[in-house]
Design a protein around this ligand. Structure first.
Ligand SMILES: [Fe+2]
Length: 332
């Protein structure tokens, strides 16, 4: 198998956007309470067979999935092993929303044709997915929505395992675009932050150039910003919103997931936020990020994952400061 980023790989999944993060957590109950009561995300489905819950405020079938860490294999609906990973807290995978199934299958065919190591293809009932690792073992999922009404799918599958095998070549892929870009967010009203949807993630790269090549050539993300001297790249899907920041590793930094970012519905009132957080979760630290293009706060999950909640600043385009300033804040 060729090294995934040794030569140009014109696979170009070219997803629309970053649409979810799937996270391994040390204590599912504690994390679910944090992501709902503090982060304002609504639990929409549970898959007990794999100790997983899905949270969404309406953007798609999930913005965040939380999976209990375990030292055992977990089964899917057809008896196959759903995942053997996840013995430690952290990122399971990022989920990238494709325009439709045909675009996904066409990219899958190019990946196979170019000897790219596709790890699995899955039918989740509501979506079809292609999974692969980036060069530094951050797992990536490219998926197409197969149903327009994922809520109905959840209602019809309460308590069930929903994932099984999928053969992308078994039938003609659909060209229907089933995502809903104009949804009305429904958030947890009592939570101190009210996210509309996930929209960003940051990854620290040991080999910045190789990682950048992967996300451009295989991921098909386009470049919104590149500062090679600083070691920052910001990439976006076809919706044109910044979706992924790649940071070149600095001394002593751990590589892998750096943060996850959510766009919020309302202005964040900092004074109220501090009070609410003290009331709900004494341990949650609050940091303010204030780049030219956005303003927000950073919370830390029970497992130490950084979660940024931000409001884009009207009329101000994204700038390099948005990539640099938050990272410096996080590292401090
Ligand atoms: Fe996923």
């Amino acid at each position: 198998m060729a090294d995934i980023a040794d030569k140009p790989q014109n696979v170009h999944f070219a997803p629309r956007r970053l649409a979810h993060a799937n996270i391994f957590v040390r204590d599912l109950k504690e994390s679910l309470a944090f992501y709902s009561a503090v982060c304002g995300l609504t639990e929409v489905f549970a898959e007990p067979a794999v100790d997983m819950v899905f949270l969404s405020n309406g953007s798609s079938h999930h913005d965040v999935a939380l999976m209990q860490i375990a030292r055992k294999d977990r089964g899917g609906r057809d008896g196959r092993v759903a995942t053997t990973r996840g013995s430690e807290p952290g990122l399971n995978h990022l989920g990238w929303e494709m325009e439709n199934e045909k675009v996904l299958v066409d990219a899958y065919k190019r990946a196979v044709g170019l000897d790219v190591d596709v790890k699995r293809t899955t039918d989740h009932g509501m979506s079809h997915s292609v999974y692969l690792f980036d060069p530094e073992r951050n797992f990536q999922e490219f998926y197409s929505d197969q149903l327009a009404d994922w809520r109905e799918f959840y209602r019809n599958n309460v308590g069930q395992a929903i994932s099984g095998s999928w053969d992308p070549l078994a039938s003609a892929p659909s060209t229907a675009a089933n995502y809903d870009a104009n949804f009305s967010p429904e958030y947890v009203k009592s939570a101190p932050v009210q996210p509309r949807e996930i929209s960003r993630a940051g990854i620290i790269a040991e080999d910045f150039d190789k990682m950048l090549r992967f996300y451009r050539d295989v991921g098909g993300l386009s470049l919104a910003h590149l500062d090679e001297a600083v070691g920052v790249a910001v990439l976006m899907g076809t919706t044109g919103k910044p979706a992924l920041s790649l940071f070149a590793q600095r001394d002593g930094e751990q590589t892998g997931l750096h943060h996850i970012g959510f766009e919020v519905v309302n202005e964040i009132e900092l004074e109220k936020l501090h009070g609410d957080l003290r009331r709900i979760n004494d341990a949650a630290p609050v940091e303010i990020t204030d780049g030219r293009g956005k303003k927000g706060v950073v919370l830390k999950s029970p497992d130490g994952i950084l979660l940024e909640f931000f409001l884009p600043t009207p009329g101000r385009a994204w700038s390099a400061e948005d990539a640099r300033a938050p990272r410096d804040l996080f590292i401090a």
